[in-house]
Design a protein around this ligand. Structure first.
Ligand SMILES: [Zn+2]
Length: 100
């Protein structure tokens, strides 16, 4: 494809023109990666919430911070993992107290 700014030919895979540095093609920003990172953290938080609530809270909090940096992507999921972690830890503590 050709750069819409300077007209020189650039790679189809490139998102920045190697000649003038302008955004070309689909204009894909590398921001997508950090958005997925927030989702991964939120999913890890949900998984850990079930068998290790402390890690669930940690991953949920990381996911929430990352989601807030990126217009709330995965923020709801991250907050659910924190809530679930707290519920599981309360149930766990209640069970331990009931047995003892
Ligand atoms: Zn250019």
């Amino acid at each position: 494809m050709f750069c819409s700014h300077c007209g020189k030919e650039v790679s189809d895979e490139a998102y920045v023109c190697t000649y003038c540095g302008c955004l070309v093609g689909k204009g894909k920003a590398p921001q997508k990666d950090s958005g997925e990172q927030a989702n991964v953290m939120a999913i890890l938080g949900l998984i850990f919430a079930l068998f290790c609530p402390i890690l669930g809270i940690v991953f949920g909090a990381i996911g929430m911070v990352k989601a807030k940096e990126l217009n709330g992507t995965g923020e709801r999921m991250a907050s659910w993992s924190i809530v679930l972690s707290i519920i599981v830890s309360i149930l766990f503590i209640t069970a331990v107290v009931a047995i003892a």
